[in-house]
Design a protein around this ligand. Structure first.
Ligand code: FES
Ligand SMILES: [Fe+2]
Length: 340
């Protein structure tokens, strides 16, 4: 099947392979992302690791037959044990482990309630960071996850596609309060719109809602939302991660501050449903649209051109200026994870 999009399917960046709350100490999660089988696991000490799923001995899938033992992972097929750097440190046969028996580990950081893994098709170590947000005083993330046949560049373009907010999502009186700015991997913008919001007595009112959008690459968007008349604020993560060249998983995760009181927490819980519904409204567009290199933009459209210049940095080029496609090479550990 040919590529649906005229750009590589795996952009460089940090991606949420899981939420922290999905991964308990000693647990292993199986994931299929970046066209590979991967595992995410948490050591008994609390640190997280992300590794290739297949045991280098004879290929068992550690997401199925692996187990965490202290700070090591053991394959139950023949009992080979891998240490924190991925090196095989023990076999049940007693002799020295085979040379080169090493489980590929990926750069991973745990912060803001997210397990973030670094992907770069050119195999470069991380060259930017996602800052850690305060967790103290914030609720656990409430989340929904969608599998969508599209590309992270397309879902993230939504943030600057101001025209569709009224048409698809029914916002009214939309205004841009901060123009789009980008610097390196960071892109920010703010806007305000009127929209239906449940009030404390759970009737619906049209209220102004403020959105501050913070994009850090194509795997990580944070949107800080404020509904000033109700003194409500919460933060939202929009976290796409490519499965293959046709599909991604998109996790919507929302957290609110405890100090807002119970009714605000209730409303932010309802907002997971409301924003999840907005993603459902976008599904038909994302699933069936084509990518136009030269869209016929009109006054009133958002800064789509600026966005498309910004995203170019996430597709590495080789020495001849061609976009690098993924070499499927194992990646060395670049950074140790630390607990959230
Ligand atoms: S395949 Fe894992 S120990 Fe043999
Ligand atoms: Fe949208």
């Amino acid at each position: 099947m040919g590529h649906r999009f005229p750009f590589p399917c795996l952009p460089t960046g940090w991606y949420a392979i899981a939420l922290s709350q999905e991964l308990k100490p000693g647990q292993i999660l199986s994931r299929h992302y970046f066209e590979r089988d991967l595992i995410a696991y948490r050591l008994e000490s609390g640190e997280v690791r992300v590794a290739d799923a297949f045991c280098p001995h004879m290929g068992a899938n550690l997401g199925r037959v692996g187990c965490v033992e202290g700070d090591r992972v053991r394959c139950r097929f023949h009992g080979f044990v891998y240490g924190q750097d991925g090196q095989c440190v023990e076999t049940p046969y007693g002799g020295p482990p085979p040379r080169g028996a090493r489980l590929g580990h990926w750069p991973v950081e745990e912060k803001s309630g997210l397990v973030l893994v670094w992907f770069d098709a050119a195999g470069r170590p991380p060259f930017w960071d996602v800052p850690a947000l305060e967790l103290e005083g914030w609720t656990n993330l409430r989340f929904r996850r969608f599998t969508i046949p599209t590309h992270p560049q397309e879902t993230t373009e939504n943030s600057v596609d101001f025209g569709h907010f009224t048409q698809i999502h029914g916002f009214t009186d939309g205004q841009i309060t901060e123009a789009v700015k980008s610097e390196g991997e960071l892109l920010t913008t703010s806007y305000r719109a009127m929209r239906g919001i449940p009030t404390p007595n759970l009737s619906w009112m049209q209220l102004p809602v403020d959105y501050d959008v913070i994009v850090r690459g194509l795997g990580y968007s944070q949107v800080n939302v404020r509904i000033d008349p109700l003194r409500i604020r919460f933060r939202t993560f929009v976290l796409p991660i490519p499965i293959d060249d046709e599909n991604l998983d998109l996790t919507l995760a929302i957290s609110s501050p405890f100090d807002l009181g119970p009714h605000a927490r209730l409303i932010s819980r309802i907002m997971v449903g409301i924003i999840g519904r907005e993603i459902e409204q976008d599904l038909d567009v994302w699933t069936y649209k084509t990518y136009l290199h030269a869209p016929k933009l009109a006054k009133g459209d958002g800064p789509v051109g600026d966005y498309r210049r910004y995203v170019k940095q996430f597709y590495p080029l080789d020495a001849d200026g061609n976009e690098v496609s993924d070499p499927q090479s194992p990646r060395p550990i670049q950074k140790q994870a630390s607990p959230a």
